[in-house]
Design a protein. Structure first.
Length: 354
């Protein structure tokens, strides 16, 4: 493991600072996991600009679509317990989906595996008219008859927030408890992720919660400490500090306390190409993305919601991991924080490739 004084770490933290400055990020954190624990950390800027509260390892960020990996693990836990098959049709759990228009066949042909691999044919957003809308289950079901399948299920990858929403009833029906309670009891608590939760922040954790910010024509606007993700909780409702994300990455690299290693590794197997670039190739596994950079494989996910932009990746070969979160989203070319996030991602992947 490179020590904090190494040139590589100095270069990565310098890149972190440069990206934050260039893209006008209000606050950001980066954590490196090695040997099952927090090895290195770097924080810059403010968790809350108005009160001048700085970011640190305990700052609670929103992790958006990183939530999907936790939902996938929950499904695989139930699979390990032989309570479901990945070949189960989703209409077995959400019969309302039979009202959808599927020009490619029967809705009964769409399985849990299709949803987990983003190959079911559902559109990308849950609410196309407003990306950040929460809404509830009843509203979603009331609109199902107006939805349609866009391509033959299982024929290709197409990222879908909508599809992941339908996994909540699967977890709830088979476990007998609500999705949020299941995740607390079967993932967060066993892993020691004691400051992880969904949606509204408990009072005792408010002092750690990061605000989130939007940039439009160089004007920075605070969006508020809290928001609810409603029916989309299952695909993007997670809030957690980097300290808890380190525990999650430790489990992914080293643990088998909540899921068989064989099941977890099966989730990492690429099943559909996503994109191929000069430096990075991405493929879809089961709820996780497999990223290849400089011939080395990394497993993880990114997130993008409200003012938060984030990612985490592990290197299965050396069991290192990195988690990064920005609390600021840009709306124009000069402050597009997602571009900055990708710059930092490449540097971070190179760093954990030791």
């Amino acid at each position: 493991m490179k020590n904090p004084a190494s040139n590589d770490w100095k270069n990565l933290t310098a890149l972190h600072l440069d990206v934050v400055k260039q893209y006008k990020v209000v606050g950001s954190s980066m954590a490196i996991m090695k040997d099952g624990k927090l090895a290195l950390q770097h924080h810059t800027g403010y968790a809350d600009r108005a009160t001048r509260r700085r970011t640190d390892i305990d700052t609670i960020y929103h992790w958006a679509s990183v939530t999907k990996t936790f939902t996938g693990i929950a499904i695989m836990q139930l699979w390990d317990q032989q309570k479901l098959k990945l070949s189960d049709p989703i209409v077995q759990y959400v019969p309302e989906l039979t009202r959808m228009n599927n020009p490619f066949g029967k809705m009964e042909d769409i399985t849990l595996w299709h949803l987990l691999t983003h190959s079911a044919g559902f559109r990308s957003p849950t609410w196309p008219e407003q990306a950040d809308k929460a809404g509830d289950w009843n509203e979603l079901m009331s609109r199902i008859s107006g939805f349609r399948i866009l391509f033959k299920p299982g024929s290709k990858y197409s990222y879908s927030n909508l599809a992941i929403n339908f996994l909540a009833p699967v977890i709830e029906q088979l476990s007998g408890i609500k999705y949020e309670a299941y995740m607390q009891d079967n993932i967060f608590k066993p892993l020691g992720m004691n400051r992880s939760y969904f949606n509204i922040t408990p009072k005792e954790l408010l002092k750690y919660r990061s605000n989130n910010y939007s940039i439009d024509n160089n004007k920075i606007t605070a969006n508020g400490l809290d928001f609810t993700t409603g029916v989309t909780t299952v695909n993007g409702g997670l809030n957690a500090p980097c300290a808890d994300m380190v525990k999650y990455m430790d489990f992914l690299c080293n643990g088998n306390s909540i899921l068989k290693r064989s099941s977890l590794k099966e989730m990492w197997e690429p099943v559909f190409p996503v994109k191929e670039g000069k430096s990075v190739t991405e493929e879809m596994g089961t709820a996780f993305f497999a990223v290849t950079r400089k011939k080395h494989l990394f497993i993880g996910h990114e997130g993008d919601q409200k003012g938060f932009r984030c990612f985490f990746y592990i290197n299965p070969a050396n069991k290192m991991g990195v988690a990064v979160n920005f609390n600021t989203a840009g709306k124009n070319a000069r402050s597009d924080t997602k571009k900055g996030l990708y710059k930092l991602r490449n540097g971070a992947l190179d760093y954990i490739n030791v």
